[in-house]
Design a protein around this ligand. Structure first.
Ligand SMILES: Cc1cc2nc3c(=O)[nH]c(=O)nc-3n(C[C@H](O)[C@H](O)[C@H](O)COP(=O)(O)OP(=O)(O)OC[C@H]3O[C@@H](n4cnc5c(N)ncnc54)[C@H](O)[C@@H]3O)c2cc1C
Ligand code: SF4
Length: 480
């Protein structure tokens, strides 16, 4: 097949490029490894994980810490299974990008694109009455502790009924995953898309990419010739693909600088049933003014998957699951202070080195303690901290204060997960520090671009989808 632009991957980054360039009259072909998302009314959360999560949700970092990393694999990428939270890029990262990486975006133009996206994706604050009880009770707890500054999260949705399934394909098509808006509009403007087809080989001749070879799920082979190729496979698979194709020797920064925003959640058992799975799970946020690298956000999983958040097995796990209707939970993620690195191991896929620093452990302990204190303040019977350590259950605020000791904890005992991989092909003014330049073009190749989370240097301090989209739209506009 031939086209002006071949986009590999259809998540927030790829969808923006496809939409922007199709509307500008260019012929666009999207290659996506995952399937078309099915309307999820008929699917259980477990079935969604099995079909639309990369490696059935079992991807993880390898050493020194084992942290699960989650990504989607579908037409719409991870947006199909994300929580729909939307944040504008924080002011503080522009200064850092400028100083450390020599990249100075026009912040006014950046903010204009964010406003366009707010309209196109119907971004609005989550109404209090639609939040899940976990969020409302956490907000009450903050108030009891005299802490101010929490607020409802901004979300992309239209017609949300609070059914609590955002990460398992919204059954109402209310959450605005990119397959419901940008990709749909691109199709109306002539974009072609091929799903269940994996990009496997890039052929290049000097500085030019000449063709892309893909393998369909049915065993077929597809060869694509294009004037430009845009990689949008996400922060783990774009660098892996470049390594697989022998491009690592051109890019010393490839696969380095991985940030994942390590995340975890605290459960608390209330005296009465609360049914935390009803309502929007990720609906409220808080940041403490003295701990700006700790970002509190609600989350609660439907019961069939709730067990993955409980660090127990056997009878202990059963006991907590029996209490599931009385549980509340709230989460947080950290701006990581160390970067990880992604390697390629033939036959194994990406192999990831990632660790938590002592500062991350401090922040983690601050976060779990504050959530526990909030829930004790509104009457929780006991709390369960995300620690792989027998001293993780506390029955009162006093016991928590007395016995929870950060000095007893090692980084490997934290039960963390990552949802925001970023930075493995980051933009920078030089090829020593990054893979792409400010226009999104790979430093050493003339017609190869990257538009996904791998190009965004992290930590970003906020959920990344809007930043990925804004950067990708600015890059696309440079290609018209
Ligand atoms: C459970 C969960 C909840 C989240 N919640 C939020 C949230 O509320 N707000 C927010 O801002 N962010 C959230 N995120 C993160 C956000 O969704 C991602 O940062 C974002 O989707 C990344 O976009 P991307 O374009 O870089 O890649 P992705 O969205 O990951 O898309 C990459 C696509 O490329 C495809 N692909 C990979 N390799 C190939 C190949 N070889 N050939 C063809 N196709 C390929 C993949 O199948 C995938 O569909 C969440 C993430 C998770 C996992
Ligand atoms: S809470 Fe339910 S209806 Fe609302 S966006 Fe999430 S899954 Fe969709």
């Amino acid at each position: 097949m031939s086209c002006d632009v071949c986009v590999v991957g259809s998540g927030p980054g790829g969808a923006i490029v496809a939409d922007e360039l199709s509307r500008a009259g260019q012929s666009v072909l999207v290659i996506e490894e995952g399937p078309l998302p099915e309307r999820a009314e008929a699917l259980t959360p477990k079935e969604v994980v099995a079909t639309y999560y990369r490696d059935m949700g079992l991807l993880s970092t390898h050493w020194p810490a084992q942290v699960g990393i989650f990504c989607g694999r579908a037409f719409g990428g991870t947006s199909v299974i994300n929580s729909g939270t939307c944040f504008h890029t924080p002011d503080r990262v522009f200064a850092w990008w400028n100083e450390a990486l020599g990249i100075g975006f026009d912040v006014k133009a950046w903010r204009e694109v964010e406003r366009e996206l707010d309209t196109e994706l119907s971004v609005s604050p989550c109404p209090i009455d639609r939040m899940s009880p976990s969020n409302r009770l956490f907000a009450e707890g903050l108030e009891k502790l005299g802490l101010t500054g929490g607020s409802p999260l901004m979300r992309c949705e239209t017609g949300c009924e609070g059914s609590g399934r955002c990460c398992f394909i919204c059954p109402k098509d209310a959450k605005q995953a990119v397959n419901l808006n940008l990709l749909k509009r691109a199709l109306e403007h002539g974009m072609r898309a091929i799903v269940e087809t994996e990009a496997v080989k890039l052929n290049h001749n000097g500085r030019r990419i000449t063709r892309l070879v893909c393998r369909t799920d049915a065993g077929g082979r597809l060869v694509v010739r294009a004037k430009r190729f845009v990689l949008a496979m996400g922060a783990l698979f774009t660098p892996h693909f470049l390594m697989k194709n022998g491009l690592a020797r051109h890019y010393p920064a490839l696969g380095r600088h991985l940030s994942i925003h390590p995340a975890a959640k605290v459960f608390a058992e209330m005296p009465e049933p609360v049914h935390s799975w009803e309502g929007v799970p990720q609906a409220y946020r808080y940041e403490h003014p003295d701990h700006r690298d700790v970002h509190f956000e609600g989350i609660f999983l439907p019961a069939p998957l709730g067990a993955i958040g409980i660090p127990y097995l056997g009878a202990d796990l059963r006991e907590w699951m029996h209490a599931y209707d009385r549980l509340v939970g709230f989460g947080f993620f950290l701006s990581d202070s160390e970067h990880g690195r992604l390697f390629r191991a033939p036959g194994l896929g990406p192999v990831i080195r990632y660790g938590l620093s002592s500062r991350d452990v401090d922040n983690f302990c601050f976060a779990v303690k504050l959530i526990a204190q909030c829930y004790f303040a509104i009457g929780a019977r006991r709390v369960l901290l995300p620690l792989l350590n027998p001293r993780n259950i506390f029955e009162s605020a006093e016991q928590l204060e007395r016995e929870f000791n950060r000095n007893h904890l090692q980084a490997r005992e934290l039960y963390a997960m990552g949802f925001h991989p970023l930075g493995t092909c980051r933009f920078s003014s030089t090829v020593e520090k990054g893979v792409v330049d400010q226009t999104g073009r790979c430093h050493e190749h003339d017609n190869l671009y990257i538009c996904d989370g791998s190009a965004i240097p992290g930590p970003l301090h906020v959920n990344p989808q809007i930043t990925i989209m804004t950067y990708s739209r600015l890059v696309s506009r440079g290609l018209i």
